[in-house]
Design a protein around this ligand. Structure first.
Ligand code: 13P
Length: 287
């Protein structure tokens, strides 16, 4: 069932768990995430970066694929199709293309411009029942060409953006896209607490979910995080399983070169990673 992400995140926040946003890259990724969420009776958010949207032949293709797959696979759990780190133009395109949720990432603009552009996106998206995520402070590292310096968000600026009627807020708290470096200082829980207090009841989003230790995930959820984004970890598990298959020479045995066989270990590996995350985030059985 394709829905926006508002109700699923309100419920998650009220009940003390987080919904996973798993980023998708192709048909196999999408199918793996949808089937795992259905098996575990968990809500899920499919994240699409602008780069991945382009790779999958545009947002209309993605929306059509996801809607058809939900129907053909008989997916009954709530699924949101969400633009990840959208530009102003990208968010508008996804709203037109039939996404049920968008992130407008105006964190690199001066706060007044972030406020103005977020306001416009909220107005447009809400008129069509589409949920909106906004961002303050930037997520460190790089994801599909979006580079962040990793500033910790200012609680007052978070309040300004939260008051615009957005549905959930991403705030930089020392989190990073991609693998965490060995000298990473960990999440800034003081900042998270200040943001939680300033934004009263707003579901918060933790980006850079790959590689955050379980105890930090649990603490972040206890401090108001209701959505956690995971991208790199599925890429790593897909790549490792595919490598193992090829290195074992299995593509050279029989019809092992058939893409349905060649991509199967990677597909199963994504399912395994998604299962781990849904269990860790506490959303199993919450659909
Ligand atoms: P990771 O790639 O570090 O899991 O981050 C995903 C993310 O935050 C998507 O916006």
């Amino acid at each position: 069932m394709l829905v926006n992400a508002t109700e699923m995140l309100k419920k998650a926040k009220a009940e003390g768990y987080a919904v996973a946003q798993i980023n998708i890259n192709n048909l196999e990724w999408t199918k793996a995430v949808l089937l795992t969420a259905e098996e575990l009776k968990s809500p899920v958010i499919l994240g699409v970066s602008e780069g991945a949207g382009k790779y999958m032949c545009g947002y209309k293709t993605v929306a059509a694929m996801v809607k058809a797959m939900i129907e053909e696979l008989g997916i009954t759990v709530p699924v949101a199709l969400h633009l990840d780190h959208g530009s102003y133009e990208g968010a508008k395109k996804c709203i037109e293309a039939g996404f049920s949720s968008v992130m407008f990432d105006g964190s690199h603009y001066p706060i007044d411009e972030n406020v103005q552009k977020t306001t416009e996106i909220v107005e447009l998206a809400h008129s069509l029942g589409i949920s909106v995520e906004a961002e303050v402070g930037s997520i460190g590292g790089e994801e599909d060409g979006v580079v962040g310096r990793g500033e910790v968000a200012d609680a007052n600026e978070c309040k300004m953006i939260a008051d615009l009627g957005i549905d959930f807020l991403a705030a930089g708290i020392g989190n990073i896209h991609g693998k965490y470096p060995a000298n990473w200082q960990g999440l800034d829980f003081e900042a998270l607490e200040a943001i939680k207090n300033a934004t009263e009841g707003m579901p918060l989003v933790l980006h850079g979910g790959t590689g955050i230790p379980a105890d930090m995930i649990k603490k972040a959820i206890s401090l108001g995080v209701a959505k956690i984004n995971v991208n790199t970890e599925c890429q790593l598990s897909f790549a490792a399983a595919t490598r193992e298959y090829v290195e074992a020479g299995k593509d050279l045995q029989g019809k092992g070169y058939d893409p349905r066989k060649l991509l199967a270990p990677g597909f199963e590996a994504i399912k395994g990673t998604v299962k781990e995350k849904l269990e860790l985030f506490g959303s199993v059985g919450k659909a």
